[in-house]
Design a protein around this ligand. Structure first.
Ligand code: GLC
Length: 532
């Protein structure tokens, strides 16, 4: 193993949605003390950093993604002291904290916006994006909000429109204003001074909009008006690079720091283009997350991502997050977890930083809600075509006790009814559980540098159901073979596998089963071989 362990490159990052992880106060909402209580669990799991979805004060129109104070902790999550304690305790276990910064927009309850909307002459007016109506009184251009409707909201007091890319309660900041830029850079310093080691930038590629407010061209294909536009002018503007390099300079002044950006509507090329020594360390590419459970589309996503990054930028992979249905729901068959082991083995053996999402390690399924119980406003708006994002945000299933051990009070979202069986406590006990599979694989990954630093070479077998690849580094080679079919498959590999021995498998095996260059795989088998 190299000595220079770089946590964000060589480690594993675990996303926590704080509302749903562990409630220590009996409020029904998870909190920081709850996370601190569970650090031993996370350390046993083998992760290196926690990305916390927003913990700043928020009126929760978008559940934390509408911030009303960037430099404080929302009282429902605890105090600044609780946060400092979490950082200190996590640090003792070698776990870093990554904060989610939502800097494209604030809440409409942020003092800056409250001030800005008071009058056209307010000193904060230009901190947001205001425009006059067009001559007929309509919005100044055709830009749409991601969450539906026009992106422009009329303010009758001051008789101008303000722009919001998401809900109208999330007015977009004007990053072109140097005062805004400085204030936001100060936010980074504030948290870095507290010992935060990394940031996840929410929709960073929307920070800068066209200064001439030109209309987006439209196209015919797309379900909603937002999708029927070519987003030339409302995001991905060239001036963004200057902002990213300002951010990088601030962050680089602190040791061992990292910034990963959420590329909204990104392509691999676009995401890669925002990374580099002067820009962000990493960006997310969601093609992998959006892929079907099949070798070909997954491999396509992997190779496109690898090619776009071009060797010098470090990849990352994510299967689950707080905005999408969980892999357990997308790939799982009933309560069976075998396919999830295949997915876990893939993300933990690829070349790049794996991002895990709380509960993924125990195969949590999305909850289903009645229309009247939906909390996510976009779910309410688009039901039944789209039911929102509550499904993947349900409370963590710790044990078989009341509310899955998440809270003594009624949780803010219901616990999945499978918690009596599916919970972290049970899975710690069961030898072949998904949780133990993650743990074993994470240990294996940490102790096999080829899985971290090795290159990525596809091994072409003769089965369309199997994905096989090699990772080689400093004379050692590991071959990963994943059977995506639930049925057994024989594969013939193009090289002698007699040189390899079984290092890790999701089923009981003995090395003598390997012969010549063919392998009989069980349904959904994960097989990891080491070359000797
Ligand atoms: C990002 C977040 C999402 C949020 C949106 C607006 O996409 O991941 O949860 O609703 O930004 O902040």
């Amino acid at each position: 193993m190299k000595n220079d362990f770089v946590w964000w490159r060589d480690g594993v990052i675990y996303q926590i949605y704080p509302r749903s992880f562990k409630d220590s106060t009996g409020s029904g909402i998870g909190d920081l003390k709850g996370i601190t209580e569970k650090l031993d669990y996370l350390s046993d799991l083998g992760i290196d950093a926690i990305w916390l979805s927003p913990i700043n004060p928020s009126p929760d129109v978008d559940f934390g993604y509408d911030v009303s104070d960037y430099c404080a902790i929302d009282p429902k999550f605890g105090t600044m002291q609780d946060f400092e304690h979490l950082i200190a305790e996590a640090d003792k276990l070698g776990i870093r904290i990554v904060m989610d910064l939502v800097l494209n927009h604030t809440s409409d309850q942020h003092p800056w916006f409250k001030s800005a909307r008071r009058s056209r002459d307010d000193s904060c007016r230009d901190w947001y994006i205001w425009q006059d109506a067009d001559p007929s009184g309509k919005p100044p251009n055709n830009w749409h909000a991601v969450f539906g409707g026009s992106g422009w909201e009329w303010d009758s007091e001051t008789e101008q429109y303000y722009y919001h890319m998401f809900y109208k309660q999330q007015p977009d900041l004007n990053w072109r204003n140097p005062q805004v830029r400085n204030a936001l850079l100060e936010v980074f310093r504030f948290w870095l001074d507290k010992g935060v080691k990394g940031f996840r930038l929410d929709v960073f590629n929307m920070y800068i909009k066209d200064d001439l407010f030109r209309n987006n061209p439209t196209k015919l294909i797309g379900r909603r008006p937002f999708e029927r536009q070519i987003h030339l002018y409302d995001f991905d503007r060239p001036e963004l690079m200057g902002v990213l390099s300002d951010i990088r300079q601030v962050v680089d002044a602190y040791a061992d720091t990292y910034v990963v950006g959420e590329t909204f509507l990104g392509t691999p090329e676009k995401a890669a283009g925002y990374c580099g020594e002067e820009y962000l360390h990493a960006c997310f590419d969601f093609n992998f997350l959006e892929s079907k459970y099949k070798p070909q589309p997954l491999l396509k996503a992997i190779t496109e991502w690898e090619n776009a990054l071009g060797g010098s930028i470090w990849p990352n992979y994510v299967c689950n997050n707080h905005d999408n249905p969980r892999t357990a729901t997308r790939f799982g068959v009933g309560e069976d977890d075998e396919r999830l082991k295949v997915a876990a083995a893939l993300i933990l053996t690829l070349r790049g930083t794996p991002f895990l999402y709380y509960g993924e390690e125990i195969g949590m399924r999305d909850i289903r809600l009645k229309r009247s119980d939906i909390l996510d406003p976009i779910g309410k708006r688009y039901w039944p075509i789209y039911k929102g994002r509550d499904g993947c945000r349900a409370p963590m299933q710790w044990n078989a006790e009341k509310n899955a051990g998440f809270s003594s009070a009624t949780p803010w979202l219901p616990v999945h009814p499978d918690y009596l069986k599916r919970n972290a406590e049970n899975q710690t006990e069961e030898r072949y559980s998904l949780l133990n599979f993650y743990k074993q694989l994470l240990v294996f990954r940490k102790t096999h540098s080829a899985l971290i630093y090795g290159d990525f070479q596809v091994v072409s077998g003769n089965s369309p159901h199997v994905l096989a690849f090699k990772r080689s580094y400093a004379g050692s080679t590991i071959m990963v073979i994943l059977n995506f079919s639930d049925k057994p498959h024989e594969i013939i590999l193009p090289e002698q596998i007699a040189d390899y021995s079984i290092a890790f498998s999701s089923i009981e095996r003995t090395p003598k089963l390997l012969k010549e260059n063919s392998i009989g795989l069980s349904g959904s088998e994960v097989l990891v071989l080491v070359k000797h």
